[in-house]
Every structure is written in structure tokens, then in C-alpha cells.
Design a protein. Structure first.
Ligand code: B12
Ligand code: SF4
Length: 521
């Protein structure tokens, strides 16, 4: 038995730029789990790796157990960190959406995977780890037993969200201030879009925190979080309009109305009362899953919304002085290059303030992943490219080159200098600055991905036609994979540095007092 006194959680950095890169926002899982362990008297902290908030290796390697979270695009880095920790004999357990669906893959790098939601499990798990007994009784655990994989059934998701503590953001190391505070008021989603991994992970039953508890949470936000700006992390903030209205009414009556943003579906526009309350409670912007203006694509995504719903939603939000961040996904079997071009025009014409043009990505856990895998259309399994900005599958009505470059072009059109100036003309300085930020991000992305783009060009050209056949694709898939790894080279380089520093630290630790060293990566 080895007493577990210190547990460190790590959220690995994103492999590439994404729309929120600048803000380094954490997911809530690690913070909540660390908060829970603290309540049980276990020293627990979190590293949310991002620029300026690096992992302190000396601290990490002094933990009694290390928990690492994953989404698909961060899985490679998570595995590298896990390998290093295991080399040092520290037990590693992993969780999050990627490993929940691919636990076998993760067990090549870690000792335990906890699948699904982990708040009810984390303390019993740490206790079982400490006494070295009863691990197989933990719900949703995957591990090796005598060299054979064992997966215990997942009992259920966290039923009572009111019983969860408020996440303690001060446990995140190296961050002085979060300019936007994440707050989650619900879990699960009653819809079932084909590309989404949320329902597989959190279920279709919509569970929510009571309005009173949410308001208490908002009232208790303290630095490093900012009580004046809140991002409701709910997948769909308006999935249950009655409860959303109750919450907003309470926020208004209690005068707890920070500027807030949230992810919503287009149905929000059909409910005037809800829109009025959103405006009154200080809603600044909505991130709307608009997905596509192509009706066939909306059907293929099982989105249950029409292009008319999209138009109406933008208009109504604007009427209520709420900004629109439109999230579109390109690349369905119904999309061609014209869809992408038309979408950029549509977004500009309708004065959407900011957009994300994402590339359809087959995420493990989604129906779409199973379909493409069955159809043998995945062109790479380099997970760091599964970030919705790289093409990783063979589209139907365009080449991978077209899907990639047309998406890029559409982004450049939307974030053009004229669009920036338009913001100024409308006296919307904040929006203009956001568009400048968007433009800079795209340019940086292109620079960083030059090699990847060259590869896609080569691949398409050498196939001799713009739409390569399945055969030509599969024969080149290895090449793509190789090049993709090179494109991610600098990340691996950093990991190598992490590895060599780890070894150096370990050598020195065995020789002398570890507290003389301060390594950070
Ligand atoms: C907020 C959010 C963001 C934020 C912040 C992201 C961040 N730091 O990664 C922003 C807007 C920046 C963002 C960006 C992206 N996101 Co996002 N995002 C979310 C969202 C809505 C909420 C996250 C959250 O806090 N959830 C609540 C907490 C409680 O859940 P959790 O952190 O997963 O933790 C629970 C379990 O997973 C488990 N667990 C988690 N970690 C660990 C670790 C251990 C050791 C253990 C034991 C258990 C465990 O226990 C926790 C408690 O129950 C989720 C959807 C969702 N419902 O989770 C999508 C989600 C995570 N995002 C997703 C994606 C794809 C992206 C992007 C790639 C694309 C995009 N949309 O732009 C980028 C990539 C960012 C990156 N880091 O590389 C996917 C990931 C799926 C996957 N398999 O990869 C999700 C699941 C949504 C979806 N459509 O499926 N995102
Ligand atoms: S995309 Fe949005 S609406 Fe569709 S299943 Fe996922 S969370 Fe629900």
C-alpha cells in the first residue's frame, strides 16, 4: 500500500491554433475532479497546458498519481506525457471523450482509463489505488489484468448535478487570470447529430443544475476567474427553454447579470420571451450551431433545422442586440465547393459577427466515425489532425485539397480587411478587433501548416485527377500519415525536450535533493 497524498491532473495543450487559442480556456473535468479530491483532503492541482502556462515537470514527477484528460486532437500529446510519467513509475490514469471511446488504445500508455463522467468515481478510485484492491469494482474502469484488458460496465452518469462542488479555478497552476469564466449548467443533449460525440459521452438525457445553485455559483466566482464575463459551457443552453427562462429570471431578480455567452440551437429565435430575458440578463453573444446552409447537409447531419431557421435565428438575435458567432461544418457527402463559397457569402450578407468554418471530423464516439471507418474513408489516424481544421477523410463531392483550401479561402473572405472596416463603420470596435484576431489566426495557421498543405496538393496532383479514387487514396494514406506527423514536428520536439529533461531530473533526483531543481517545460 502506498499512501496517495498528491494527485496532479493535466489537460494537454491543443496541437494547433483554434478559435479560442488566445484565452486558454480549460475544460471543467480536471478542475472539478481536483476540487473533489481536495475536499477529501488529498493535495491535488491541475495543469492546463497553454502558451505561458507550462507544465512544471518537477512538480508533476513528484505526484503519487497523475490523471490526464483527452479529447481526440490532444490524445497524442496526452500519451507522450503518460509514457514519460510511467517511465518514472508513477501510476497514470486517463479520462475524457477520446479515451472513453478508445480505452484499448489508451491502455498502451496508461494504467487505467476511467470512461464517462468521473465525479462519483474519482475518490473511490484513488482509495482503491492506494490499497491496491477493488479497482475492478470501479464503474467504467478499463485496465489490464494479467495482461488482458478488463472493462467494467459504466453504471450511470452523474445524476445530481447540484451535488457537485463549484470548480476551484485557483487549483490551476500558473494562471493569474481567466478573462472568461466557464460555468456549466447542464449536461447531455436530447438531439442526435451524426458528427457529434457529446451524446455518446454525456447521454441524451438532459440533466441540469437548479437555477438557484447556478446563481450561487455565479455569485461565488472569485479570481483568478472573472465574475463579469461568463461562458455557459452547456452543449445547448436552450435545450429546455422553461428551465433556461427560470434561470435567467432568477439571475435578473438577484441582479447577477454578468456579460454572458452560450452555445444555443436556432430554436432560440422562436421564443420571444426567452430572447427578451436573454437580452435583459446581459447576453453578449451566442455560439450557434448553424452547421450548413445546404438543406441536404442539414438532413445528413440529422440537425433538425432548416436554412430558414438559420436566417430567422440570426435576425432575431440581432434584433435583441445579441451577437452571433456562427459555427459551420463543411464536408458532408452533400457539400461541394459551391456550398463553401455560398456559405461565406451568406455569413457576410447576414452580418454574422464572427464565424468558425470547421471541417467535418469523424470523432470517435460519433456515428459519423463509425460510418467512415466502415467505408474505409479515413485517410489518417494521426489524432492531432482531428481538430476540425484539417481534412482527415475522403470527401465525396470534392477532393481533400478542395475541401481544405476552399475552407481556408472562405475564412479569408469572411475575415477580410473590408469586413474589419465594416465593423468600424458600424461602430462595433470589439467586433472589428475580433475579426482582426480571426484573420491573424488564419494566417498563422497557414504558416504553421505549410507542409501539410503542400502534402495535400501533392496527393491530389499525383492522383492525376481532382477526385482520387479510393485505391489511390489508400495507397497514399501511409504517406499522408507520415507527413502529418512531420507537420506536428515541433510539438514532438517539445515532447522530446520534456522527455530528456525528465530523464535528467530523474538522474539528478536519485543523486541529490530534488528540491534544488526547478525544471519547467
Ligand atoms: C468548452 C468546450 C470547448 C472550449 C474549451 C476547450 C478546451 N479546453 O479543450 C473551446 C470553445 C475552446 C473548445 C474548443 C474545441 N473543442 Co470543445 N468543447 C467544449 C465543451 C462544450 C465543454 C467542455 C467541458 O468542460 N465539459 C464538462 C466537463 C465536466 O466534462 P469533461 O471535461 O469532459 O470531464 C468529464 C469527463 O470527460 C471525465 N474526464 C475528463 N477528463 C478526465 C481526466 C481524468 C484523469 C479522468 C479520470 C476523467 C476525466 O470526467 C469529467 C467529469 O465528469 C465540450 C462538450 C462537453 N459537453 O464536454 C466540447 C468538446 C470537448 N469539444 C470538442 C471539440 C472537437 C473541440 C475542438 C477540436 C473543435 C472546436 N469545436 O473548435 C476545439 C479543440 C480545443 C482543444 N483543446 O484542442 C469535442 C471533443 C470530442 C473529441 N473526441 O475530440 C467536444 C466533446 C464536443 C463535441 N462536439 O463532441 N471546446
Ligand atoms: S451538435 Fe449540438 S445539438 Fe447536435 S447532438 Fe451535438 S450537442 Fe446536441
Amino acid at each position: 500500500m502506498k499512501k496517495i497524498e498528491k494527485v496532479i491532473f493535466i489537460e494537454p495543450r491543443a496541437p494547433d491554433y483554434h478559435v479560442f487559442s488566445k484565452w486558454g480556456l480549460p475544460r471543467l473535468g480536471c478542475v472539478l475532479l481536483a476540487t473533489i479530491l481536495r475536499k477529501h483532503g488529498i493535495h491535488s492541482v491541475v495543469y492546463v497546458e497553454s502558451k505561458g502556462a507550462e507544465i512544471d515537470l518537477q512538480d508533476v514527477l513528484s505526484a503519487d498519481a497523475i490523471g490526464i484528460t483527452t479529447i481526440t486532437s490532444t490524445a497524442p500529446r496526452a500519451y507522450e506525457i503518460a509514457d514519460i510519467a510511467r517511465e518514472h513509475g508513477i501510476p497514470v490514469f486517463m479520462g475524457g471523450p477520446h479515451v472513453s471511446f478508445l480505452p484499448e488504445e489508451a491502455l498502451e500508455h496508461c494504467d487505467y482509463v476511467i470512461r464517462g463522467e468521473a465525479e462519483d468515481i474519482i475518490y473511490p478510485f484513488i482509495k482503491a489505488l492506494e490499497i491496491g484492491e477493488g479497482l475492478e469494482m470501479i464503474s467504467g474502469i478499463s485496465m489490464k489484468m494479467n495482461g488482458v484488458s478488463y472493462h467494467s460496465p459504466t453504471r450511470c452518469n452523474c445524476k445530481d448535478l447540484d451535488s457537485l462542488p463549484f470548480p476551484d479555478f485557483s487549483l490551476i497552476q500558473g494562471v493569474k487570470r481567466y478573462p472568461i469564466t466557464p460555468v456549466m449548467t447542464s449536461r447531455g443533449c436530447p438531439y442526435d447529430c451524426s458528427f457529434c460525440a457529446v451524446t455518446g459521452m454525456f447521454g441524451r438525457r438532459y440533466r441540469f443544475v437548479s437555477p438557484r445553485r447556478v446563481v450561487e455559483g455565479l455569485q461565488s466566482i472569485v479570481p483568478p476567474a472573472d465574475p463579469n464575463w461568463v461562458f455557459f459551457y452547456d452543449d445547448i443552453f436552450n435545450a429546455h427553454p422553461k428551465r433556461t427562462k427560470e434561470l435567467l429570471r432568477l439571475m435578473i431578480s438577484e441582479k447577477v447579470t454578468p456579460h454572458w455567452t452560450a452555445q444555443v440551437r436556432t430554436e432560440v429565435a422562436k421564443d420571444k420571451e426567452l430572447l427578451d430575458l436573454m437580452e435583459e440578463s446581459n447576453c453578449y453573444a451566442c455560439y450557434v450551431g448553424l452547421e450548413s446552409i445546404n438543406p441536404q447537409t442539414l438532413k445528413a447531419y440529422n440537425k433538425r433545422q432548416t436554412p430558414e431557421d438559420i436566417q430567422e435565428c440570426i435576425e432575431k438575435l440581432h434584433e435583441h442586440k445579441i451577437k452571433v458567432h456562427g459555427m459551420f461544418v463543411f464536408g458532408s457527402d452533400e457539400d461541394d465547393v459551391h456550398t463553401i463559397r455560398q456559405t461565406a457569402k451568406f455569413a457576410k450578407k447576414n452580418n454574422i459577427e464572427t464565424v468558425q468554418f470547421m471541417i467535418l471530423t469523424p470523432l470517435p464516439g460519433s456515428r459519423y466515425y463509425d460510418d467512415l471507418q466502415r467505408q474505409d474513408r479515413l485517410v489518417t489516424r494521426e489524432w492531432s489532425l482531428y481538430d476540425a481544421h484539417h481534412v482527415v477523410f475522403e470527401p465525396k463531392k470534392m477532393s481533400i485539397w478542395e475541401l481544405q483550401t476552399e475552407t481556408f479561402r472562405a475564412l479569408m473572405k469572411f475575415y477580410s480587411w473590408w469586413q474589419v472596416i465594416k465593423g468600424f463603420i458600424n461602430f462595433d470596435l470589439h467586433n472589428s478587433l475580433l475579426r482582426v484576431y480571426g484573420r491573424r489566426l488564419i494566417v498563422k495557421w497557414r504558416k504553421r501548416n505549410r507542409e501539410f498543405l503542400e502534402l495535400l496538393g501533392e496527393l491530389t496532383k499525383s492522383a492525376g485527377k481532382m477526385r482520387p479514387t479510393m485505391e489511390s487514396f489508400s495507397s497514399r494514406a501511409r504517406w499522408l500519415e507520415l507527413m502529418a506527423k512531420r507537420a506536428a514536428g515541433d510539438i514532438r520536439e517539445r515532447i522530446t525536450i520534456l522527455g530528456s529533461r525528465a530523464r535528467e531530473y530523474s538522474r539528478q533526483r536519485s543523486k541529490s535533493d530534488p528540491h534544488n531543481l526547478t525544471h519547467s517545460v
